[in-house]
Design a protein around this ligand. Structure first.
Ligand SMILES: Cc1ncc(COP(=O)(O)O)c(C=O)c1O
Length: 449
């Protein structure tokens, strides 16, 4: 039997009524990619307030790698509810915070001694990683990348690349942030290599900022909001070597790519690198808000006592959930599952690419996979309206999916890794039907007579 069960037109009457209340009571700023209000969720499925059941390929933007209401997480939360809620780690500490830190220190790449600070959100982890890097190096500047996304707070937004909707109108930004092109093979000049991409960093040292002023380079090993762009395999090793030469720290922002999304604990492992600091959030919490920065112990200890933290950072419920989420990834074989799902997506998407020129690029690492839609294979004109229509078709047919990319033309897969084979194919069938339904909008030839 199909998982998707639609009983009303989408959105249904209850969702429509809630949307009217939402529009009256909540500002337009927080975007809703689908107009469907959720009543319950389980594994890779969502049920809305009108009794319609959907497959969820968005996972709350990559936060549900272990699935909605994972049994280990709900059991851990119930247990913690009977012990204590917020007491504040800065006032009266508790063991689960330390247990999460110990676990992350052991999981993060690198055999050197590590320490971890726990926070609430990805943006907070990014902000703290820069504070720590500046405290350690005693240097001001940070280098980040085009097409990067690091969050919505002032420094994280400054590090983010895309102008609309993230930055426009929110100037002035934080100072001492410099941006270089990312290794984006599909949109790069022909023949670009890991070395030529990495050269942008050395070039920046001559053109925009002296290396001795730079505290850190921060990069997503696989771009998340930027469109699931995967750099060449030796790119980050070259970047990190350049950083080391100049005493610059390398920060991997693994907020979206971490915790089995790419088939490993951290995407950094695919590139054979050991970042000095790693930022994490999203799927670390198995559905609860939690974030962390893990890094070399001597770097993490640079800020003084009281310089880092936050009232709710490392909430007992979130720590309990994180320990359960990590256990689920370990016990349920989700690293291998992610790799298998990515392979299956690639097989099907390559077939779509043969059939529909709209599918310009198929890419990914493990279960962090995507396709970039274009109007013309030669010019690679981004098919943004088509991507929006495709996502719209999908939710109207029972599949929740989200777009990405600086040009809004990437369909990304963030399906909970506990999805069954049958459910995954059912969802991919909806995408295939959507591709067949999206009208071909080839650019009209312009005469230059
Ligand atoms: C790579 C990356 N860094 C940071 C963030 C910000 O995380 P949050 O929304 O939890 O602040 C995100 C969110 O999508 C992200 O993908």
């Amino acid at each position: 039997m199909n998982t998707i069960q639609l009983r009303t037109a989408i959105p249904g009457p209850r969702s429509r009524a809630l949307m009217a209340r939402r529009e009256a009571a909540v500002p337009r700023g927080p975007y809703n990619s689908t107009p469907i209000f959720v009543a319950s969720a389980e594994g890779a499925t969502l049920e809305d307030v009108d009794g319609n059941r959907y497959l969820d390929f968005a996972g709350g933007i990559g936060c549900l790698n272990i699935g909605h209401r994972s049994p280990r997480v709900t059991a851990a939360l119930r247990e913690q509810l009977d012990k204590h809620l917020h007491v504040c780690f800065a006032v009266t500490p508790y063991e689960s915070y330390i247990a999460v830190a110990e676990k992350l220190n052991a999981l993060a790449p690198g055999k050197f001694p590590k320490k971890t600070i726990i926070l609430n959100t990805g943006a907070e982890a990014v902000e703290n990683s820069i504070k720590i890097a500046r405290a350690y190096t005693k240097r001001p500047a940070v280098i980040c990348f085009e097409d990067a996304f690091h969050g919505r707070t002032l420094l994280a937004m400054t590090l983010t690349s895309k102008t609309h909707p993230y930055k426009a109108g929110f100037e002035p930004f934080a100072s001492d942030v410099y941006r270089i092109p990312f290794a984006y093979p599909y949109r790069a000049e022909k023949g670009a290599t890991a070395e030529s991409f990495a050269h942008y960093l050395e070039d920046a040292f001559k053109r925009v900022v002296a290396p001795e002023s730079v505290a850190a380079v921060i990069a997503e090993p696989v771009l998340g909001e930027g469109g699931f762009v995967v750099p060449p395999r030796d790119y980050f090793a070259i970047l990190q070597k350049i950083c080391r030469k100049h005493g610059i720290l390398f920060i991997a922002d693994e907020v979206q790519s971490g915790f089995a999304r790419t088939g490993k604990w951290f995407a950094s492992e695919h590139f054979g690198i050991e970042p000095d600091l790693i930022t994490m959030a999203k799927s670390l919490g198995g559905g609860m808000p939690i974030a962390a920065v893990t890094g070399r112990a001597e770097i993490m200890d640079a800020p003084g006592v009281g310089a880092l933290g936050g009232t709710f950072a490392g909430h007992p419920l979130s720590c309990a959930a994180a320990l359960a989420a990590i256990e689920s990834i370990e016990q349920d074989g989700l690293l291998a599952r992610s790799t298998a799902l990515g392979k299956h997506f690639e097989e099907r998407a390559r077939g779509w690419q043969q059939k529909w020129p709209l599918v310009g690029d198929v890419r990914g690492l493990g279960g962090m996979c995507a396709m970039e839609l274009v109007r013309d294979a030669a010019t690679r004109e981004p098919a943004d309206a088509e991507a929006k229509e495709l996502a719209h078709y999908c939710y109207e047919h029972g599949l929740i999916t989200i777009t990405a990319g600086t040009f809004n033309n990437v369909i990304r897969i963030l399906v909970p890794l506990v999805v069954t084979d049958a459910q995954f194919d059912e969802g991919l069938d909806v995408i295939e039907a959507a591709l067949a339904s999206v009208p071909d909008r080839k650019p009209v030839a312009v005469s230059h007579a």
